[in-house]
Design a protein around this ligand. Structure first.
Ligand code: PPS
Length: 296
């Protein structure tokens, strides 16, 4: 077994959140205290909720709809990922962050109590993407099974951990309900993965208005096409085929851009599991007003 294959053995709970060995305790402390700038552009999600999709939209708009410019670097390199220390890199993400010019593009999956404290107080713009819990779970299950530094699961044991907030990066409920509670803040845009599936043009327009980056005439359809599942799956700059450059190694052949659908959960949850999860869901989501589509 290679070193990377063994990294999952260092997975551990920190303040109720399961982290891999790529997220050291020192990193967690340092990121908490790092400086967030008012002009930072931050994409926040629970892992596997549509991060890469939103990153592509944000960066294409950021580069003035210049697709070549956006794709001159892989999506992994365009955004600073706060949550992991890249193996063999001398410095951590908080130190890389300090050296980047503004405006910085940042991505994180950190839960509220582990994200930079200044994300609570300053005006950096945050796009949050939430995805229905069941599809999010299935996508995360596959991710754990393809990425070397995470443990390999059978579906039933993953389901158990997900229900008990013990799966990778913690509670789906906590992160979604936290950002939902901030959905009316001027500097927060809350987007649902399923709405991106239903009407991608409208979501792109919302993102462009949120940042104040106008879409040149005639470009909207091109962005929609560029950010479609089919295009992003083919595009080496978005499909993670070059992910080893940032220390993410794959242990299985399932592609990162796997299915990109709403409702795939029905192929994994048994009827009993679905009912068990619905009970937990009902309890946690009651009265919050946050509703997701579980099929389209
Ligand atoms: S990560 O590792 O947390 O950054 O992963 P993330 O990008 O959040 O999630 C990956 C899932 O998003 C799907 N995806 C898309 N769906 C539809 N259209 C587009 N363009 C798109 N891009 C990424 C991707 O296929 C993963 O979902 P699953 O259900 O596993 O296919």
């Amino acid at each position: 077994m290679s070193v990377t294959d063994k990294r999952f053995e260092d997975e551990r709970m920190v303040d109720g959140v399961l982290h891999s060995s790529l997220t050291s305790d020192e990193l967690l402390k340092a990121v908490r205290k790092m400086e967030i700038r008012n002009d930072d552009i931050i994409v926040v999600t629970h892992t596997k909720a549509g991060t890469t999709w939103m990153q592509e939209i944000v960066s294409v708009l950021f580069y003035g709809c210049d697709f070549k410019k956006a794709d001159s670097k892989s999506i992994i390199e365009r955004f600073l990922f706060l949550d992991i220390h890249i193996p063999d890199c001398a410095v951590g993400p908080h130190e890389i962050a300090d050296s980047l010019p503004s405006p910085r593009l940042i991505k994180t999956h950190f839960q509220q109590h582990q994200m930079p404290e200044q994300m609570l107080t300053n005006k950096a713009k945050v796009v949050y993407v939430g995805r229905n819990a069941k599809d999010n779970a299935v996508s995360l299950f596959h991710f754990c099974n393809i990425v070397s530094h995470l443990r390999t699961y059978e579906w039933d044991s993953f389901f158990h951990d997900f229900c008990n907030n013990k799966a990778h990066r913690g509670s789906w409920f906590d992160i979604n309900l936290y950002w939902w509670s901030r959905r009316n803040d001027d500097n927060v845009l809350f987007i649902k993965y399923e709405d991106m599936q239903k009407d991608l043009s409208s979501v792109i327009v919302k993102v462009s208005e949120f940042f104040g980056w106008p879409i040149p005439d005639g470009k909207l359809d091109e962005i929609v096409n560029h950010c479609s599942f089919v295009s992003m799956k083919k595009n080496p700059k978005t499909n993670y085929s070059d992910s080893t450059t940032v220390g993410v190694n794959f242990k299985a052949s399932t592609p990162f851009m796997r299915k990109g659908k709403v409702g795939d959960w029905k192929n994994y949850f048994t009827v009993a599991q679905s009912e068990e999860f619905d009970k937990i869901y009902e309890e946690k989501m009651k009265g919050t007003g946050l509703v997701f589509d579980y099929e389209l």
